[in-house]
Design a protein around this ligand. Structure first.
Ligand code: RIB
Length: 307
């Protein structure tokens, strides 16, 4: 069975909808408000699970109602939550999200209990990894936790997928433990001194990871692999309607990880990730927007793409 272990963040997303974003100093009245479960780690765990993988979540929430709600919801999704710890000192992380009527967002994250996720919290889950299992991480938890988890996963023959979001400089040592680096255009530029996507992908590949995926929103993605030092362009699946871009990248990463855990190569896995991202933007809220396996299959086949 495809197995994915996610080491990452859990947040409560406070989503305020507005016709347009306020300018600095401006006071606007919002059009709607909702509370959803989110955090890049939790979103990607749900995306992987709905895509058919057996998922373990390693994370940290506060000992509060939000934390309990996150754990219960992930468990309902069939995710193993035995390694989601409760921090007695810090509250569950949250994200204040502004969403405009084009579906664009602005996000401010308070890390809360995510800051206290340590490598020691992950070792138990990572110790029974087998070759071909996937470990999926992002950068909303401490860098030492990511680095040491990647080192251990790599030593066990696991596939390490790192979504370098939000963009922060990566430890030099980390690159060689990463099988697939996934970044969006902004993150690719931030990690490569402002290079455009193709040049950025090749520059990041040169840092030592196995392959690089740069997601381009409605333009699809590019995949650079070390085998041929070639770049593959994958065109987008047009969404029916864009209402909320939040979590689209997480849908991409979670589904890519599930496909790779099931044996797909990175290019095919990225094609499925693209289809998942195009479905996610059609639904408000991060976790609610993670698509089902059947809806991804339908979108991929509607586009006439060979599976
Ligand atoms: O990628 C989207 C996520 O980023 C949101 O769910 C929010 O919690 C932030 O972590």
């Amino acid at each position: 069975m495809a197995r994915v272990t996610v080491v990452g963040s859990c947040n409560i997303d406070l989503v305020t909808r507005t016709a347009r974003f306020p300018r600095p100093g401006e006071h606007l009245i919002a059009t709607d408000f909702g509370t959803y479960l989110g955090g890049k780690g939790a979103n990607q765990a749900v995306a992987s699970s709905r895509a058919g993988a057996h998922v373990k979540m390693v994370g940290s929430v506060g000992d509060d109602d939000f934390g309990a709600h996150i754990i219960a919801t992930l468990a309902t999704e069939g995710i193993d939550v035995g390694r989601v710890r409760k921090d007695a000192a810090l509250p569950t992380g949250n994200a204040s999200i502004w969403l405009d009527e084009r579906g664009e967002n602005q996000i401010l994250v308070y890390s809360g209990a995510n800051q206290s996720l340590a490598y020691a919290d992950a070792t138990d889950a990572l110790s029974d990894l087998k070759a071909g299992d996937v470990v999926l991480m992002q950068l909303e938890v401490p860098m030492p936790t990511v680095l040491e988890s990647a080192r251990l996963a790599s030593s066990r023959g696991a596939i390490v997928v790192l979504n370098a979001a939000p963009a922060v400089p990566l430890e030099d040592e980390l690159w060689r433990f990463v099988t697939v680096l996934v970044v969006n255009e902004t993150e690719a530029a931030a990690l490569s001194n402002g290079e455009p996507p193709v040049a950025a992908a090749l520059a990041l590949l040169g840092r030592g990871c196995g392959s690089v995926v740069v997601t381009l929103g409605q333009d699809g993605c590019i995949v650079a692999t070390a085998e041929a030092v070639a770049v593959e362009r994958i065109s987008a699946f047009a969404p029916v309607r864009v209402v909320d871009a939040t979590g689209a990248g997480d849908a991409f990463c979670g589904v890519l990880a599930a496909k790779m855990a099931a044996g797909s190569q990175v290019v095919e896995a990225a094609r499925w990730g693209n289809a998942a991202g195009s479905l996610a933007v059609e639904v408000i809220g991060a976790i609610p927007s993670m698509p089902s396996k059947s809806s991804i299959e339908r979108r991929v086949s509607q586009a006439g793409t060979k599976l």
